[in-house]
Design a protein around this ligand. Sequence first.
Ligand code: GLU
Length: 323
Amino acid sequence: MPMKGRFAPSPTGRMHLGNVYSALLSWLSVRSQGGTWVLRIEDLDPQRSHRIYAEQIEDDLHWLGLDWDEGGLENMPANPSSQQGSVSYIQSERGTIYTHYLNKLKEKGLTYPCYCTRADIMATQAPHEADGRVVYAGTCRPKNLDQAWSNVDSHPSGRKPATRIIVPDEEISFVDAHYGPLSVNLARHCGDFVLRRADGAWAYQLAVVVDDALMGITEVVRGRDLLLSAPQQIYLYRLLGFEVPTFCHLPLLCNETGQRLCKRDKSLDMGEIRRSGRSPESVLGQLAFYAGIIDRPEPVSALELVPEFSWTKVPVEDIYVSK
Ligand code: GLU
């Protein structure tokens, strides 16, 4: 398969330096291998996603000189036939595709309706101390799946159900290109997980797998906050018969207090950075220095970094960002 990478931002706010770090390294990896770079808009959260943020993301990427070959708000794919009926790179427009793959998993007898509220789930399981994750206890997992699905409109709770997938009690192993081998038992790590929310919104785990597979993505580069999502995704890749891409997770950029940057860290978001009068080359030089690609944080263009790029230079330790 031809080499293809992607940047898949959620348009829930202005990009911060950590988002740009992921975009830059994915872009450099693709450009240094002569591949194709895709921009996919992950606007699955209907409450938090706004088109204006997607427009700002595109504008910031243009400003930085990180050009994409496919995707975004306007572009059509080079090969629409590979898109199985949809040419959109905006997740909110891809619901019929997700429905198709959700139904495949349902036909395999692997999904069930779940009526638990967040409060129900919290009552059965305390959040995991280290990272706040909650392992679903399987409260709604039915003995008879067909019966469970035939009763969805007449459930005593009167609620609409979410859809969960049954996970096996076994290790899923893979090798991250940056962090090395990893094994996770999904039953212990997360339990049966959600593919579609009760309000109809698609879960990230399903959408990201379907999209990366159908868009022909061969290399997934993103922050290591998503490292432990990879086994859930690999499980879905295998069930749906898709080829698993290379995963390459990145160290996180942290603020002075050691917290990973988030969209609330206004001082390090692209709006503030651009308003402060900094040049794109200055921002790229700072990030390329953090990535070990250049020895000093000096201004540099995206194109000048391509010949300097190598994954072997990129650190695995998280990075503390100074303003
Ligand atoms: N949309 C996700 C985010 O902005 C990234 C998903 C991914 O790269 O797999 O955090």
